[in-house]
Design a protein around this ligand. Structure first.
Ligand SMILES: [Zn+2]
Length: 429
């Protein structure tokens, strides 16, 4: 296999930036190069310093190369219910999302949509995704198979749901357990794939199913766990009604052993001090989904409060409650959600968050999320002048900070010049 040398401006974070002046938190190389071989980054440095005469040079100057974006929460079977008109979360689920997810019982549809889904992610610069499949094992099979074909790092799992949903979308505690177990055996650890045990949320799982999810978590401690927590008030009230013995929503998951460092909790908006303490003690990871939270009117994620309690927050698109696949647009809306709470999201922290920060939340920062030698060759090529409006804005930009902020606020898939997954260009559109 021939080696490739990617020439561009390079930006990669060494640690989380403390603020706008923390230039020691990243490495920025004006005329940089990445040496790619066998899907891995073998060297990162000044173009003039990397000696690889045999390598094929791909010159992306004057564009900016960053690690590939990591989306830590989205739904594979919801790409065709983005932008569905609904009052709020529970109506949106019953009116649009559940009917749509019933279609994913068809393996042929799943295979077709898996390819389209991963194409859309690549178009938007996302190289790693943590996705919910539908309740059907076939949907997880299709997504894993397509990701394996592309050598993409992907975490997914079939949703567990055995009540409060249409019959066609319900498994049972036993069948959900059996299907998950078979999927783990088939896919977990194969290529760059990992399994996430996926009880959708407390409302759609009986106590028996939660016990089954707990058994899966105990038997497969290296799998992730993903679910939803405290997205909106009606959801919280119904959850607590269904689990009257729990002191609050978080306690439901705690009682079934579902909170730990590998637990990703979508939304985590309306939490008491007690719940925040429980999550922090468990090392669980709240996931901020700004476009979804605004679209469904769910509430404002209190990033500063959770961080002050010691939590590591992830950030995600939450397609299809979320409205954009773009992690740049996710940052743009995230910035505004935090502005409403007088919290500031500086571009250094923002770009750290969707790269190394989300990798840290997944415990994968030694493999993805940076451009370090020895990590997987997932990276994006960004063009801050991609649209006439961006180009006009950039005429007056003189610093890297200004360029990043323009990308963060104005950027979307048009700003993604190319996306490399395991060293291969993957942008379709
Ligand atoms: Zn979600």
């Amino acid at each position: 296999m021939t080696r490739t040398l990617i020439r561009a401006r390079l930006l990669s974070f060494l640690r989380e930036p403390h603020g706008p002046d923390d230039t020691a938190s990243f490495r920025y190389i004006e005329d940089g190069a990445l040496l790619i071989d066998g899907g891995m980054i073998r060297a990162m440095g000044e173009f003039s310093q990397i000696n690889a005469p045999d390598a094929t040079v791909i010159d992306h100057r004057p564009h900016l190369v960053l690690p590939g974006f990591i989306d830590t929460h989205l739904h594979f079977p919801q790409t065709q219910v983005i932008a569905s008109w609904a009052a709020e979360l529970l109506d949106w689920l019953s009116d649009y999302t559940f009917p749509e997810e019933t279609r994913y019982s068809d393996p042929a549809l799943c295979a077709h949509m898996a390819s389209a889904f991963l194409d859309r992610l690549a178009d938007h610069g996302t190289t790693t995704a943590v996705a919910y499949a539908s309740v059907h094992a076939a949907s997880a099979d299709a997504l894993f198979a397509e990701a394996l074909k592309r050598d993409m790092r992907l975490i997914t799992g079939k949703v567990l749901m055995d009540r409060n949903a249409p019959d066609a979308l319900c498994d049972t505690a036993q069948s959900g357990y059996d299907d998950s177990k078979a999927l783990i055996a088939r896919w977990h650890g194969k290529g760059r794939l990992s399994y996430a045990i996926t009880p959708r949320f407390a409302i759609t799982s009986t106590p028996d199913q939660m016990t089954a999810a707990q058994a899966l978590a105990v038997e497969h401690p290296d799998c992730y766990i993903q679910t939803h927590l405290s997205e909106n008030h009606a959801e919280i009230a119904l959850s607590c009604q269904l689990y009257p013995e729990a002191v609050d929503y978080t306690d439901i998951y705690a009682r079934y052993g579902l909170l730990g460092p590998k637990s990703l909790l979508g939304h985590a908006i309306h939490l008491s001090e007690r719940e925040i303490g429980v999550l922090a003690d468990a090392g669980a990871k709240p996931v901020f989904c700004p476009t979804s939270n605004l679209f469904l009117g769910s509430g404002l994620f209190d990033d500063a409060k959770l961080r002050a309690a010691g939590l590591v927050n992830a950030i995600a698109s939450d397609i299809g409650g979320g409205t954009s696949y773009s992690m740049l647009q996710t940052l743009a809306e995230g910035y505004k959600v935090l502005q409403l709470q007088r919290q500031r999201l500086h571009p250094f922290r923002a770009f750290h968050w969707i790269t190394r920060g989300n990798a840290m939340a997944l415990g994968l920062e030694d493999r993805i999320g940076t451009l370090d030698a020895g990590t997987e060759a997932d990276f994006v090529v960004l063009n801050a002048r991609a649209t006439p409006a961006m180009a006009q804005r950039m005429e007056r930009a003189t610093t890297l900070t200004e360029e990043l902020f323009a990308l963060q606020v104005m950027g979307d898939d048009r700003a993604i010049e190319q996306t490399y997954v395991a060293g291969q260009p993957r942008k379709a559109g």
